[in-house]
Design a protein around this ligand. Structure first.
Ligand SMILES: NC(=O)c1ccc[n+]([C@@H]2O[C@H](COP(=O)([O-])OP(=O)(O)OC[C@H]3O[C@@H](n4cnc5c(N)ncnc54)[C@H](OP(=O)(O)O)[C@@H]3O)[C@@H](O)[C@H]2O)c1
Length: 311
């Protein structure tokens, strides 16, 4: 198939493009930078230079490539600041709202058969069971500093699922780890754990779902090839509370064990977003993706996957 990848040069894009090419697809990879065209060629893709926030550029780029599938992996996440979460995600939020709309209308103009878009597992309601399926709702009360980010995630999901002229597919990825991610060699989160700047707050009861970046790419190939309209959690088999995974990660990285902070102190330092993520977050189940995409993560648990982060 002809596949147009927006975000082809990013952490997920660099894993996804070569896999699509190996599977026999003709890939058109988008970047803003003429200087990254060679990188795309080296991955086997046809480079397309366009700014996702410019509707005309996107329309022209998609019209020229005339793809059968569009994959939306656009993000631009700034340095993490839990107290100003929406600020760190401001450009990503534009890519998930305006960027999504530009790609959808460009895709509709050429009649794409599938539209696959990136979402994130962390917006599920924070009551009830600790592991959520795609049927579960988003929480009605996101932390104040992440309201715009959750609203942008809702936008991308609703717009893609409402696109009845195509097979609209939403992939709620777990927290990425592995090469090129913030939890990879030299990544922001890896370094925070290494330097003991990633504390355990309260009971560390926030449940996180992870996915190795290569497994995320494999699931995306499956969605491109035979996904059906709907939402899929793309996470590993073992959602786990921070109290369980953070000490293992610290040990793997050869770092000191994380500091323990009482919940109220942690909240003072990291705000409501930090508190929610460290103590209330819910994980996600991958049962539907396994069943319907025929996909299984090769790193079935972060326990094995994190071992690859040891230096
Ligand atoms: N996914 C999440 O919700 C999430 C949450 C927390 C942390 N993280 C971490 O954050 C990392 C992602 O970092 P990142 O956001 O800097 O992404 P990235 O991996 O660098 O990828 C961003 C992609 O979007 C493209 N892009 C951005 N703005 C664009 C625009 N206006 N027009 C066209 N293309 C555009 C970039 O292309 P060019 O630069 O080539 O133009 C690039 O291909 C992940 O590895 C993960 O570890 C992710």
């Amino acid at each position: 198939m002809k596949v147009f990848v927006a975000g082809a040069t990013g952490a997920i894009g660099r894993q996804l493009v070569p896999r699509l090419v190996d599977a026999g697809h003709e890939v058109h990879g988008m970047t803003r930078h003429a200087s990254k065209q060679q990188l795309l060629r080296d991955m086997g893709a046809e480079p397309v230079v366009a700014d996702a926030l410019d509707a005309d550029q996107v329309a022209q780029a998609v019209a020229r490539a005339h793809p059968e599938v569009i994959v939306h992996e656009l993000t631009a996440i700034g340095p993490m600041d839990l107290r100003h979460f929406d600020r760190a995600f401001a450009t990503t939020n534009r890519l998930r709202t305006e960027g999504t709309d530009h790609l959808l209308s460009a895709g509709q103009a050429v009649g794409v058969e599938r539209f696959v878009a990136q979402s994130f597992f962390a917006a599920y309601e924070r009551t009830g069971g600790s592991v959520k399926s795609e049927e579960d709702s988003f929480g009605p009360d996101p932390a104040r500093e992440m309201r715009e980010t959750v609203a942008a995630i809702r936008h991308v999901e609703e717009a893609v699922l409402a696109a009845t002229w195509t097979e609209g597919i939403v992939l709620r990825y777990g927290g990425f780890y592995g090469p090129g991610t913030s939890l990879g060699p030299g990544g922001e989160q890896t370094e925070a754990v290494r330097r003991r700047r990633f504390p355990l707050m309260g009971k560390g009861s926030g449940v996180w779902s992870f996915i190795h970046i290569a497994d995320a790419a494999e699931a995306t190939v499956a969605a491109v090839e035979h996904g059906r309209r709907g939402v899929y959690n793309i996470v590993d088999d073992e959602p786990a509370p921070i109290a369980e995974w953070l000490p293992v990660l610290a040990r793997t990285l050869g770092a000191k064990q994380p500091m323990h902070l009482p919940r109220f102190v942690g909240r003072l330092l990291t705000g409501e977003v930090g508190d929610v993520m460290m103590t209330e977050l819910r994980g996600a189940s991958n049962a539907k993706a396994k069943r319907e995409l025929g996909w299984t993560p090769s790193h079935s648990s972060w326990r094995d996957g994190f071992a690859g982060l040891a230096s």
